[in-house]
Design a protein around this ligand. Structure first.
Ligand code: FNR
Length: 380
């Protein structure tokens, strides 16, 4: 209610409370290059649109007279109690949004008590970000490199820096066709700014003929050639299981069969996600995939969700469709671009406040009582 109370006393928030306006504001402030990188999607953008449509098509059917005076938003995720079903999704190269980059996002998440998933493609070395996270929940996202030694080194560094859960992104064995990046020649990896986490890695630099500063182009090409590996198959997960003793969550799962394979491979969870519509053009909308994956996962896997979450009611819907918690990507990247750490905190606070209100107004005092019966699906 703090945001409401401040509003009543005439204090206008620095950023809009309707988070859908952040993209346009960021474009005005930072220009089309950085926003093209964040907003851009695969192909015509139809998958990102479908993500929104699939959430919009589902409508909450509120219940009345259910004593929602006292509410508890906490959820159990990967053996931890989280204060609310929200985490910040891994977003690479945040220095394109703000010079304070990943450490600012990490500080914001820690201050608001939500987990931050640090991207492998961080523009700040992971050790620095870990320090900024203080007591916050440290989760690490792995782009599973072609080179085993680099993967081993990343896992070793992440463990030493206090990261607990590992999110392995499977939907990016290649970078998709993203016209907004291509048209503006704005592929940040090729500019080298997305590679700090790699350029400071001993196993990565050992593979270079010359030090990074002597031949940066060769270093970037080395990165492009090894950051992901389209030849990987399910049995390869054994390598990660052997080299990581915390929970492992597979990010980018859309097919129920893949959820079963994840459980068989001894994984702890999945993120139902189509990378915010940035990878497979024409992919199923993430919210349409969620119920089937959740059903296949049963109690064997923790099911998380992202791709298209913009409001508190979206969170209610995702939980009703079977997710334990959601991740949010672009909105906090824009918050960072507009107002650094404070902008990210603003986005988290708005989402949580709206979620709390919508949950209560829907007749629930805790997230765990939401089920598919709380929604209807309008015909497309
Ligand atoms: C991403 N995403 C992503 N995912 C990942 O596993 N590693 C990464 O480095 C990145 N980088 C990245 C950059 C940018 C600019 C965006 C927008 C997204 C995907 C991200 O984790 C998440 O799946 C989506 O952002 C969720 O969709 P919304 O919330 O942006 O609609």
């Amino acid at each position: 209610y703090e945001i409401y109370l401040r509003g009543m006393s005439g204090a206008v928030p620095r950023l809009p409370t309707d988070l859908s306006r952040l993209e346009e504001l960021t474009e005005q402030r930072l220009g089309p290059g950085p926003v093209g990188y964040v907003a851009g999607s695969a192909g015509t953008g139809s998958t990102a649109d479908a993500n929104r449509a699939a959430l919009d098509r589902r409508r909450i059917v509120p219940r009345m007279l259910r004593d929602v005076a006292e509410r508890d938003l906490s959820v159990e995720v990967l053996g931890h109690s989280l204060p609310a079903p929200l985490a910040l999704a891994p977003v690479g190269v945040l220095s394109l949004m703000h010079p304070d980059a990943e450490p600012a996002a990490a500080r914001a998440a820690a201050a608001q008590g939500v987990p931050y998933i640090l991207s492998s493609a961080s523009s700040t070395p992971m050790e620095e970000v870990a320090e900024a996270m203080g007591d916050g929940e440290r989760w690490f996202q792995l782009y599973w490199a072609k080179d085993r030694e680099v993967t081993r080194s990343f896992l070793h560094r992440a463990k030493a820096a206090g990261f607990t859960a590992l999110f392995v992104t499977l939907d990016t064995p290649l970078l998709a066709w993203r016209p907004r990046d291509l048209d503006q020649a704005y592929l940040p990896f090729l500019h080298g700014v997305g590679t700090a986490n790699y350029f400071t890695d001993p196993a990565f630099t050992a593979g270079l003929a010359k030090p990074v500063h002597e031949d940066p182009d060769a270093a970037v090409m080395h990165f492009v050639g090894m950051f992901a590996d389209p030849a990987k198959t399910w049995p390869d997960l054994a390598f990660l299981r052997e080299n990581w003793d915390g929970p492992i969550v597979l990010k980018g799962i859309l097919h129920p069969q893949d959820a079963l394979l994840a459980a068989e491979a001894g994984m702890d969870g999945v993120v139902v996600s189509n990378h915010g519509g940035r990878q497979v053009a024409g992919s199923v909308a993430a919210a349409d995939a969620l119920p089937r994956v959740a059903k296949a996962a049963g109690d064997r896997l923790t099911v998380l969700f992202d791709s298209g979450i913009r409001t508190g009611d979206d969170i209610v819907k995702a939980l009703a469709l079977g997710a334990k918690s959601v991740l949010v990507g672009r909105p906090y990247a824009y918050g960072l671009g507009l107002d650094g750490q404070a902008g990210v905190e603003h986005v988290i606070r708005c989402l949580l406040a709206e979620f709390d209100l919508t949950l209560a107004l829907s007749g629930h005092s805790r997230p765990t009582t939401l089920t598919a019966d709380d929604l209807i699906e309008e015909s497309a």
